[in-house]
Ligand binder design. Structure first.
Ligand SMILES: Cc1cc2nc3c(=O)[nH]c(=O)nc-3n(C[C@H](O)[C@H](O)[C@H](O)COP(=O)(O)OP(=O)(O)OC[C@H]3O[C@@H](n4cnc5c(N)ncnc54)[C@H](O)[C@@H]3O)c2cc1C
Ligand code: SF4
Length: 192
């Protein structure tokens, strides 16, 4: 029986991480990352670093990101509400640190905003076999269309768009409440 908090915090399926006879920067910082030149078919293409290319294996996290969940935490300094987009960390040069949780933090509950009216939702998972198998790749989207225009952009696109608006030359887009209208010609910046 799995739990919501446990699923949010499950560790990578990287085979080197799970084989304690092998070096692994995530398990033992500074020892190296054999996955970069080794068995990495289930590991990441985007968001990697020279220290770690592991993926988070959770299906639920992908769907919760598209639904814009908030993770509620109780810790030694009190309570915090963390948007799921800010909860997990990219490996960078500290792959041993996977989330913004601090020692003593406990996830108490997870909340979702009300469903977006008339939005379509889909979760797609590509895997090697039909059951009991983690994703090779997966995607979730919540999208609203009105007269051919996107009235609610996908979560990732909207986060990227906000960054683009902060750049010189970034423009376009109107927002109101939790809805944002992007011009159909809106172009997202290339991911670096
Ligand atoms: C054979 C198999 C196949 C699986 N396939 C998939 C799959 O396809 N997709 C998928 O998404 N998952 C999959 N899982 C993962 C599974 O669904 C669980 O989510 C995962 O194993 C975590 O288990 P758990 O929920 O019992 O958490 P636990 O193992 O109990 O906890 C995981 C971690 O979270 C910490 N933790 C737990 N609760 C809290 C809390 N409230 N606050 C702070 N820290 C907490 C624990 O201390 C631990 O470090 C699979 C697991 C197995 C064994
Ligand atoms: S990808 Fe990350 S988890 Fe896997 S071996 Fe490299 S450092 Fe360890």
């Amino acid at each position: 029986m799995a739990t919501t908090a446990g699923n949010l915090l499950q560790r990578t399926r990287c085979v080197y991480f799970r084989d304690t006879a092998m070096p692994c920067n995530k398990r033992e910082p500074g020892t190296g990352c054999p996955a970069i030149t080794g068995s990495n078919r289930m590991l990441a293409i985007l968001g990697t670093s020279e220290h770690c290319i592991a993926t988070n294996p959770s299906d639920m996290c992908v769907a919760l990101a598209a639904l814009e969940a908030t993770i509620h935490v109780q810790g030694p300094k009190g309570t915090r509400a963390i948007p799921i987009g800010d909860f997990h960390l990219l490996p960078g040069d500290t792959p041993q640190r996977e989330t913004v949780l601090e020692p003593g933090d406990l996830i108490t509950h997870v909340t979702l905003p009300p469903p977006v009216k008339d939005a379509k939702q889909v979760y797609l998972k590509l895997r090697d076999r039909a059951s009991y198998e983690f994703a090779l790749a997966s995607a979730a989207v919540v999208l609203s269309l009105k007269e051919g225009n996107v009235t609610r952009a996908p979560h990732r696109a909207r986060r990227r768009r906000h960054k683009a608006l902060a750049l010189p030359g970034g423009g376009g887009g109107r927002s109101s409440g939790n809805q944002q209208t992007l011009p159909t010609s809106a172009r997202l910046p290339r991911r670096r």
